[in-house]
Design a protein. Sequence first.
Length: 141
Amino acid sequence: MQAAIEEARKGLSEGGIPIGSVLVIDGKIVGRGHNRRVQKGSAILHAEMDCLENAGRLKASEYQRATLYSTLSPCDMCSGTALLYKIPKIVIGENQTFQGPEDHLRARGVVLEILDEPECVQLMRDFIQDRPELWNEDIGE
């Protein structure tokens, strides 16, 4: 999770939204990313999407051994991508400031580990307080 937090802080330092993600296979980080919607003018570059894009093309068997780490509960888009590639486990830094479709992920067999990591919570609370308009844009409100 520390690598995902580093990605979140990198995104914030670039003027973006402080959400980070890493993809781990067999104990090794194979992809990392952070929310870059603002930086790239993108509609889809949430942290998890950036992470998976940076991991490059992987075999189905590799995704099926992977763990996706995210500093924030994944949204519908990112959760759907995890389901598409059959990623079996997602470790979530926090789901207090935003909660994606966690029940749906569990119903589809994905193991979720929610850490309630104070640093993740504080990063998002501070950001939402400071930039509510950007946060609302990111979650489609």
